[in-house]
Unconditional design. Structure first.
Length: 477
């Protein structure tokens, strides 16, 4: 059956490839292509893990792919052609130029990041002390925090270790600023082929902060964000030869990333030396599809929910429960660990379709996939037509899309799109980054009274005063 599933997926990959006019970053092609990759991993590891798939999985995938493909076709046929992009004529004939960020703003961001990292390390120490493991090193504290938050949430709550208030305030600012720096660094590198320390350091600090949190997915988000930005800035409108070279670079990069992530797992204490690269690859790319099949082929697939889309919007309901204290918003955890027929534990994620089907069956798969497809297609086609990232202008729309591009790929892993957009951290990043982009980075596109203009003028005055002082001292000597 897995071969039948793969052949059906190939059909949708080819259809979306042609709908997108052979654009390899067209949302429909990426979405179906990611699942095709997952299916090939399952084929290669089918004997090792004794996998067998059922027709229910084929049906769910066909429904989901059909929804995404129909929306992609409709978007190309109507939105891209009929709806004009207003107020962007000045970008259409422009070219990529360097995006300027005031030095004072960058230095302030670096200071904020260092403070946030220090506060979180202190928070990790407090957790270790409360758990009776005060003697652990930093790696051990990271491993303990990761284990408690992901696998022992009740024990973690019982510790009652408060998150520092200053960390709560500064962390969203640090993350938003760092991701904006990722955008600026890629833009400026594509323009000048140069990297500056002031753009690299915030990214390094962001990666360190991510590792402290015991997670690897945000690291992959940074990589996919960079890949998409490079494609939009440099590759999309280039020759076929350049695009083929870019594809080769992506393949090599993903291989390096896979090995690097395994090393990070071992460093964080979550990996074992007995696990091979193939097994890791299957656990994180093929197992979710196998787990989905296990659920769909079971007898217990009919459920009743007290809340609308209880599992699809679970992150939102969890936040509302925490905010209001009302148990009405409580949504049970349905991400149970599964074991393959060969007796190997293969994780507790089930692709993006699991929650859709759990809440509303095949209708849920079609509707929620279509909504996700509408977002990605409309945003992507708008960006391709507007091209509002030229002439040194930072596009907030491109920033948000490149940030969420990872969630399109990670549909093979979990319900990542809805999990992300309904989480408070992303909402905070979206709001704060909007303020930074419109009033600090893009101040030249507004007026002389913008915050960015005032910061830039203040920084220029400081530089001028510093030069005068240095010149005065040199003259006296």
């Amino acid at each position: 059956m897995i071969w039948v599933i793969a052949l059906a997926t190939i059909v949708f990959v080819v259809i979306n490839y042609h709908i997108g006019k052979k654009d390899i970053f067209f949302p429909g092609f990426i979405f179906c292509g990611a699942f095709l990759f997952s299916e090939f991993v399952c084929i290669f590891e089918s004997q090792t893990f004794q996998l067998s798939f059922h027709y229910q999985t084929l049906m769910v995938l066909i429904v989901g792919f059909t929804a995404f493909t129909l929306v992609s076709w409709g978007s190309m046929k109507y939105y891209y052609i009929s709806i004009p992009v207003s107020n962007h004529k000045k970008y259409e004939s422009g070219s990529l130029k360097s995006v300027h960020i005031n030095g004072l703003a960058v230095y302030s961001l670096i200071v904020i990041q260092i403070v946030v990292i220090g506060l979180f390390i202190g928070y990790l120490s407090s957790i270790a002390t409360a758990y009776g493991q005060a003697g652990l090193g930093l790696n051990g504290k990271i491993e303990l925090f990761d284990k408690l938050t992901k696998f022992l949430p009740d024990d973690f709550k019982a510790l009652q270790v408060p998150v520092p208030i200053l960390y709560r305030i500064l962390n969203p600012i640090a993350e938003a600023g760092a991701y904006i720096t990722v955008y600026v660094a890629v833009n400026n590198y594509c323009y000048s082929k140069k990297l500056h320390l002031w753009t690299i350091l915030p990214i390094i600090l962001l990666c360190f902060q991510i590792v402290l949190n015991g997670s690897r997915t945000p690291l992959f988000r940074i990589i996919t964000m960079m890949m998409f930005l490079v494609y939009m800035f440099k590759i999309k409108n280039s020759s076929a030869v350049v695009r083929r070279r870019f594809i080769k670079v992506i393949i090599i990069l993903l291989g390096v990333v896979a090995i690097s992530f395994i090393m990070i797992l071992i460093i964080m204490g979550r990996g074992g030396t007995e696990m091979s690269l193939n097994r890791y690859l299957f656990i994180y790319t093929g197992a979710p599809l196998a787990n989905l099949d296990t659920y769909l082929s079971s007898e217990n697939v009919n459920h009743s929910s007290q809340l609308f889309a209880q599992q699809t919007f679970r992150n939102l309901y969890q936040y509302l429960e925490k905010l209001t204290g009302l148990s009405t918003f409580g949504a049970p955890n349905i991400l149970f660990f599964q074991t393959s027929p060969s007796g190997v534990e293969i994780g507790n994620v089930y692709t993006t379709f699991y929650q859709f089907f759990y809440d509303f069956g095949y209708i849920g798969v079609f509707v929620f996939t279509a909504i996700m497809a509408a977002f990605y297609n409309i945003m992507y086609l708008w960006l391709c037509k507007a091209r509002n990232f030229l002439n040194g202008h930072m596009s907030y729309q491109l920033f948000i899309y490149s940030y969420l591009f990872n969630d399109l790929i990670m549909s093979i892993f979990s319900n990542r799109f809805y999990e992300t957009i309904l989480e408070p951290p992303f909402i905070k990043i979206a709001i704060i980054s909007a303020g930074i982009v419109f009033f600090i980075v893009n101040w030249r596109y507004h007026n002389d009274f913008s915050i960015g203009k005032k910061i830039d003028d203040f920084y220029q005055r400081i530089q001028s005063i510093t030069k005068r002082i240095m010149t005065s001292k040199t003259g006296r000597s």
